[in-house]
Design a protein around this ligand. Sequence first.
Ligand code: ADP
Ligand code: MG
Length: 317
Amino acid sequence: MASEFDLIRQYFKRPIKDTDLGIGDDAALIRVKNGYHLAVSADMSVVGTHFFANAAPEHIGWKSLAVNVSDMAAMGAMPKWVTLSIALPEINEAWLEAFSRGFFACAEAFKIDLIGGDTTKGSLNIAVQILGEVPLDKAIKRSGALVGDDIWVSGLLGSAALGLAHLLQKTTLSQSEEAACLRALNLPQPRIDLGLALREVATSCIDVSDGLVADLGHILQASGVGATVHLELVPCLDTIKPCLQEPLVQQALLAGGDDYELCFTAPPHCREAVLALSETLGLPLTRIGEVGIAPALNVLHHGEPIKLNRLGYDHFA
Ligand code: ADP
Ligand code: MG
């Protein structure tokens, strides 16, 4: 019978790259460069809330880290270190092997060291804390949006929500849509390169985890501004574009969570720079609206206001 320490050694201890002392002592030791802030963020993934009990463990591993990496991207920070605290209902070696494979695929993709954590028995629950570096005064906060700024989003929105709707049999997707949407739902791609480049361009930034309206709403509130967003400009899968009248599609684009794209504001004189960045990164960056005066967020579809009744995902709503 494997002990807790055997499990940690086998599934969670890997060579470290940029850490003075990693897993195995009472605390890890890391060194932050002079002239940098340590950026810290945590996100918990809970069975039944964030993923289905029978979800592929490799996807759970990737996503539980990716959603944390995405918070670093949204701050313009470089992710460096992560801790993993996990409650497991039982020791299932096949599950642990696949989970850690997914987790480390993400850690290696972004050159992040796993430096510690905790392992306990309980219903499946994965708490990840991430630490990153950002030069002093370079972090991109939610509070910097200015009246007249453009509003941009990266990638495509709504895919993850449509993937979830498909799994819940609330909609039927074509085969190609299904593949793209389930990939967006299960293997979100944090936009670190974009976040780093936006340090020089964006006035504010957030990652879209709870839905565009909710997350852009956080920027507007923190910045004391309002905004207008044009639904027909919101980037989505080509085959979804003719369906913008459908409530489920509007819901997915405006209130669907889990896309982990970046939503940011930048002054109009930066348009060329943002489009050049899009070319360099090979990542669509789309202007979807403009910052206005407080307090309202107006969403228009070809100029007609859309009523927003479900503003993103709130665990307690
Ligand atoms: P302590 O009793 O001091 O809390 P633990 O026995 O809980 O230490 O953990 C031993 C070592 O293994 C520590 O360095 C801890 O950070 C690390 N660790 C425990 N669980 C995990 C995990 N799931 N992932 C990564 N490191 C872990
Ligand atoms: Mg412990």
